[in-house]
Write a protein that binds this ligand. Structure first.
Ligand code: RP5
Length: 162
């Protein structure tokens, strides 16, 4: 089956973060592709990737970047697919730079921005799964079952030290 979710990132150094999104997609058995696409190092590739995303069958794009993180916004500008932006934790400013670069899109071109770092990448995978689940009942059932497991895990391990 062709990929439904495209996971892109600005650098191989983003992989430690972005693999969390991929782990969720694998766990929920959602076909995805992953690729390094940089807004400033490979701008032509970025445009081609975004422009061909719909015809290649993708339904959602997850884009992670750090620093002056223009990748998610630029990709969103070149596709009508939903784009989820993951702010990668940068060394200099701990990812606050990435967050503000991604989240503050001017009205008109949305990027669904998640939290900085690994938690954000995990939630990006889950959010993409929920998008897919809105038209694929099997995926939606797997998302619901995962939620139930998390709930049960909390209920089963709620003991606090006396
Ligand atoms: C961005 O610059 C990437 O998304 C990465 O988070 C950051 C640093 O990249 P490297 O210098 O580690 O390749 O483009």
């Amino acid at each position: 089956m062709s990929s439904l979710v495209g996971v892109i990132m600005g650098s191989t150094s983003d992989w430690e973060t972005m693999k969390k999104a991929c782990e969720i997609l694998e766990e929920l058995n959602i076909p995805y592709e992953k690729k390094v696409v940089s807004a400033h190092r490979t701008p032509d590739l970025m445009f081609e990737y975004a422009e061909t995303a719909v015809e290649r069958g993708l339904k959602v794009i997850i884009a992670g970047a750090g620093g002056a993180a223009h990748l998610p916004g630029m990709v969103a500008a070149k596709t009508v697919l939903p784009v989820i932006g993951v702010p990668v934790q940068s060394k200099a400013l701990n990812g606050l730079d990435s967050l503000l670069s991604i989240v503050q899109m001017p009205g008109g071109i949305p990027v669904a921005t998640v939290a900085i770092g690994a938690a954000g990448a995990t939630n990006a995978g889950l959010l993409a799964a929920q998008f897919i689940g809105s038209f694929d009942p099997e995926v939606q059932a797997r998302v619901a079952a995962r939620r139930e497991r998390i709930t049960q895990d909390v209920l089963d391990n709620a003991e606090l030290p006396s």
